[in-house]
Design a protein around this ligand. Structure first.
Ligand code: ADP
Ligand code: MG
Length: 713
């Protein structure tokens, strides 16, 4: 049933910029002069590298000396732990459902990898961060449960690889409407200790593409992104609330110039691609810095994979820290001032931080429980199978039968993998199609706005911004369409493989005499399939829930777009029988005369739960038809619809409608209209504020592609 939910609170944060200068290396000490002066913990001076200036040049202020101020400036040789101290609070927020990004920016050999990864005696920011996360999880004395997982990828030559996969193929970026930019197929490993992440980090680093250049003997040729996700589940009276914090730790590749590094051939091409990403990053920093001073500017995120991955960290929902690393050597003057120039612009960048809060609806919990039970059953059968196989293998006379049985086993396992692959492909396709639907809507709005600008308002700056945005959307649509066609082809291949496997299994079982084994095997397969189907259903439910949340999001934009203030919106909604949660107005200011009423079971149904207590068992198509609605059709139809809603983030429910689905006697309400009523079980009359800047935070899908549930182990 339609309802309006108050948006989660959002705060603007400024990108924190720190400067870290490394000490002179042994060889530099012999040939270079130290030109960095850290005057205090916020200011740094880069001295003129040219000592031959005469007095006249100096007094005419023709010196190349530069001064900069930052949030923090560290003295050469300071440890990573000192740098970390100032960002530790940002990292701690991840355990509370906030996103954070930390990246080192600087030229080759300036100390980026040293800062992010570090050494045994001076652990880097990556290592210190996940230690903090596990310390906080360990110290937490609430009844919340935590799940920490991590992924590690590299962008090399504009191709994404999984560093946690032995020989990873090329991975693609996907725009997920709920979670933003995602890397399709990236492995995400659940971890239970800081040591485990360290182990994964070391394995990943050993797979990173590094080369020896003249600027650095082990120069990283790729940009590496370590992502740690912390899911915090809080049990409440009305189901579980999930906080989902994400920490992205980025070690960029060096931005050396070919002339300095004597590169040629492949290395030169790598350099060009590394620079393409870094150039794109610099351009984004530039545009974002400008945007903050001058308003709307096109930010070229799409120019590289790196900037698309870092988009959230640069302007979205993330508290971000940038460590600009510099070398103190005089021959690096140009790189140092260049790095500091971008760092200076980055100070202007603003991000918008809000908690990622979601709920795990009861029906999803039920599904999860069923899947868990099935998993237990599957592993029991697996054990039985293993025992049976063992018994068979000790009888040499049954060798031939044994071979057939293991063949069956292989087929059965392959069937499982095939099903899992289909689930993943189908879900990816769903998400892509949804994203493109939204893209097309935005395109339409943009076309209207552009037409308006061309005919009436004629503001060239706005027109330009709109046209650039239109191009971005068109690119998105094209990319997503291409990816969608690829997924469809993969699904076809997957299905033909499935029927092939089925035929092979039929053939193998008809020839085999071992009935007990086959019985167990078929039971095992059957359970596996049921399990897989439940997962498909969960994935589809996720999608439906997501669609509805998106519709609500659009509705909020429409409401704010009308220019009405909160009070007017609320009055209008009350008249139309709509629920608005988190309303800041006092109850007395509304035309509400009916005292609070409660449904007979003492608990209101979640407004977006599927299926509703009275509805038929779920079928994906019926769900889309019955429950899918667009913001506009909702606006047109809402006067006919009784409204019931739930404040998802607070354990309090509101009902303010003409009629709840239940009347006082526990029967479903069927009358057209009744008196408006309020109800907040447990917390009557308490209201929560909302504001136009606030944004809906969506719950993560319980069956998202990031966490494929493996049931064939
Ligand atoms: P980048 O990743 O920016 O290319 P590295 O982190 O690989 O640069 O550092 C280049 C060299 O400088 C390495 O040999 C590294 O050990 C050394 N180095 C960097 N920072 C420090 C530091 N704070 N203390 C000591 N050595 C450092
Ligand atoms: Mg490096």
């Amino acid at each position: 049933m339609p309802s309006i939910r108050a948006l989660a609170s959002k705060q603007t944060a400024t990108l924190q910029v720190a400067v870290k200068c490394r000490p002179l290396t042994d060889s530099e000490q012999r040939r270079s002069r130290h030109i960095i002066q850290v005057t205090d913990d916020k200011n740094v001076v880069v001295l003129d590298p040219d000592l031959s200036k005469d007095y006249l040049e100096l007094i005419q202020n023709r010196t190349k000396e530069r001064r900069y101020s930052f949030d923090h400036v560290y003295k050469p040789g300071c440890s990573n732990a000192v740098v970390y101290k100032n960002i530790s609070s940002t990292i701690a927020g991840v355990v509370q459902g906030l996103n954070a990004t930390v990246f080192a920016y600087g030229s080759t050999g300036s100390g980026k990898t040293y800062t992010m990864v570090g050494t045994h005696s001076d652990p880097g920011l990556m290592v210190l961060s996940f230690r903090t996360i596990f310390d906080l999880v360990k110290k937490d004395d609430s009844s919340d449960t935590f799940e920490v997982s991590c992924s590690y990828l590299e962008v090399y030559n504009e191709v994404i690889y999984d560093l946690l996969e032995k020989s990873s193929g090329h991975l693609e970026l996907r725009e997920d409407p709920e979670h933003g930019i995602m890397v399709a197929g990236l492995r995400r490993i659940k971890v239970h200790s800081a040591d485990k992440i360290l182990e994964l980090l070391n394995i990943g680093n050993s797979r990173r593409k590094t080369e020896s250049t003249e600027a650095n003997s082990t120069s990283s040729r790729s940009h590496a992104v370590l992502e740690i996700t912390v899911k915090r589940k809080q049990k409440g009276q009305y189901g579980s609330q999930v906080l989902r914090g994400k920490l992205a730790l980025v070690d960029l590749a060096g931005s050396e110039r070919a002339s300095e590094t004597n590169n040629y051939g492949q290395k030169l091409r790598d350099g060009a691609n590394i620079n393409r990403s870094l150039l794109a990053l610099a351009n984004c920093i530039n545009a974002l810095g400008k945007q903050n001073k001058k308003g709307l500017a096109y930010v070229p995120y799409r120019n590289s994979k790196l900037t698309r991955i870092l988009k959230d960290g640069l302007s979205g929902n993330s508290q971000t820290a940038m460590v600009a690393t510099i070398s103190p050597a005089d021959d690096q003057y140009h790189h140092t001032t260049n790095t500091l120039k971008y760092a200076d612009r980055a100070k202007e960048i603003k991000t918008h931080v809000h908690k990622n809060i979601g709920t795990v609806d009861t029906h999803v919990e039920d599904y999860k429980r069923m899947i868990d039970n099935l998993q237990v059953e599957v592993s029991r059968l697996k054990k039985e199978l293993a025992e049976k196989e063992h018994q068979l293998s000790v009888k040499p006379t049954e060798k031939a039968a044994d071979d057939e049985l293991s063949w069956l086993n292989i087929l059965s396992q392959e069937t499982g993998e095939n099903v899992q692959e289909r689930i993943n492909l189908q879900k990816a396709l769903f998400e892509l199609e949804e994203t493109n639907k939204r893209n097309r809507m935005e395109l339409q709005h943009l076309d209207d706005a552009i037409a308006r600008q061309q005919v009436k308002e004629k503001d060239t700056a706005v027109l330009q911004a709109l046209t650039s945005r239109r191009q971005v959307i068109l690119d998105n649509i094209r990319d997503n369409d291409e990816a969608g066609a690829g997924y469809r082809k993969d699904i076809e291949l997957n299905e033909s493989r499935r029927s092939q496997l089925q035929d092979m299994i039929e053939e193998a079982t008809s020839n085999n005499g071992n009935r007990t084994y086959l019985h167990i095997l078929s039971q095992y397969r059957l359970l596996g399939m049921t399990n897989a189907e439940l997962q498909i259903e969960m994935a589809m439910r996720d999608q439906v829930i997501h669609n509805q949340r998106e519709a609500l999001r659009s509705l909020w934009s429409i409401l704010y777009g009308t220019g009405l203030n909160q009070k007017q919106i609320l009055k209008l909604a009350t008249k139309q029988g709509l629920t608005i949660e988190g309303c800041p107005l006092p109850v007395s200011s509304l035309d509400v005369t009916t005292p609070p009423s409660f449904p007979p079971h003492g608990r209101l149904s979640p407004f977006m739960s599927f299926p509703s207590p009275q509805s038929q068992p779920y079928s994906p198509s019926s769900c889309f038809v019955q429950h899918g609605f667009s913001a506009m059709s909702f606006l047109r139809n809402q006067h006919e619809t009784p409204t019931l809603c739930r404040q998802e983030h607070i354990s309090s429910y509101y009902m303010m409608s003409d009629c709840s689905p239940y009347d006082g006697d526990g029967k479903q309400c069927t009358s057209e209209r009744s008196m408006p009523c309020f109800s907040t079980p447990g917390k009557p009359k308490e209201m929560y504020g909302f504001s136009p800047e606030q944004k809906v935070s969506d719950p993560p899908g319980p069956c998202s592609k990031e966490h494929p549930i493996s049931f064939w182990q």
